[in-house]
Design a protein around this ligand. Structure first.
Ligand SMILES: Cc1cc2nc3c(=O)[nH]c(=O)nc-3n(C[C@H](O)[C@H](O)[C@H](O)COP(=O)(O)O)c2cc1C
Length: 270
């Protein structure tokens, strides 16, 4: 999955060309599989795949328009923090698998009326975000040049994202788990706010949320909870790829990280 994480980027202009029958079949299979998966906080998502062509040129999310979306992937989940984290986790898992098929995607968050999407309302659940998909316009999804110039990719420096030990030393390349947190650095997030923070203590990676001031209030949904789920999936996929065993758990906040709230701990098995 690391290759898919490096390859993925937001695609806002798709080819005006339907997805191939084989790709649609594969995506349907991935969706059926994903419906059985659980996020780290135990939620499942009722995923769906719908026609996206009628949303051409429309503002689907809170900003920007999408050109020639071919299909829409989305799902229903509980409207609560943990439900949204699990939604981000499971939908990013699906998106990375779809990226492997050379199919491009975009996360969008906003007000979605299920009937506009051609899906039936599910009582007590909502659609937190959607992903229009299609073949990226013009060029292939190229491997990013991120490793050469992180600033070009407009990502926060690792020293702002991750800290080591009780004294919260900013993380550098030689620190344990640096490469796994790097896999989070390239993840998508609403308005690219990257609200995830990490504190590494021994064999534990503690995950925190630094909410962007004044950001959430104007939005219809808790977008930064979704971001945390996306971040967790990047982290756990990286661990899995390196055959590192882990468990996601909740405990007492192990340390006070300014302006953040504690979300969970990824405990690495030694
Ligand atoms: C939960 C979520 C919601 C997003 N909503 C929108 C949106 O409404 N409109 C949009 O154009 N991009 C949206 N994005 C895409 C982000 O702007 C994008 O991920 C970020 O700028 C980083 O760029 P990259 O995905 O190319 O790495 C969203 C991303 C996430 C994770």
């Amino acid at each position: 999955m690391l290759d898919a994480m490096w390859k993925r980027r937001s695609v806002r202009v798709f080819e005006d060309e339907a997805l191939s029958v084989e790709d649609v079949k594969m995506i349907h299979e991935l969706i059926e599989e994903a419906k059985n998966h659980k996020g780290p906080f135990g939620h499942q998502v009722d995923f769906f795949l719908k026609d996206g062509t009628k949303f051409d040129g429309q503002k689907m999310g809170t900003y920007g328009t999408v050109k020639h979306p071919q299909m829409i992937v989305g799902g229903f989940t509980e409207e609560e923090f943990d439900g949204f984290v699990d939604y981000g986790y499971l939908l990013e898992e699906l998106i990375l698998k779809i990226t492997k098929l050379e199919v491009g995607s975009l996360w969008v968050e906003g007000h979605f009326d299920p009937s506009n999407l051609g899906v039936e309302d599910v009582e007590g659940k909502i659609v937190p975000a959607l992903c229009p998909i299609g073949y990226p316009k013009g060029k292939e999804l190229k491997k990013r040049q991120f490793h050469i110039n992180p600033k070009k990719e407009q990502r926060k420096d690792m020293r702002e994202l991750a800290f080591v030990g009780k004294k919260l030393k900013p993380m550098n390349e030689s620190d344990l788990y640096h490469d796994h947190i790097r896999a989070v650095q390239i993840a998508p997030s609403g308005s690219n706010k990257q609200p995830w923070r990490f504190v590494v203590m021994n064999n534990e990676i503690h995950v925190f949320l630094e909410r962007t001031k004044g950001y959430g209030a104007s939005l219809p949904k808790d977008i930064q909870a979704i971001d945390i789920g996306i971040a967790l999936r990047h982290l756990t996929f990286s661990l899995e790829e390196h055959k590192v065993f882990y468990e996601v758990m909740r405990k007492e906040a192990p340390v006070d990280l300014e302006n953040t709230s504690y979300v969970c701990t990824v405990k690495i098995e030694k």
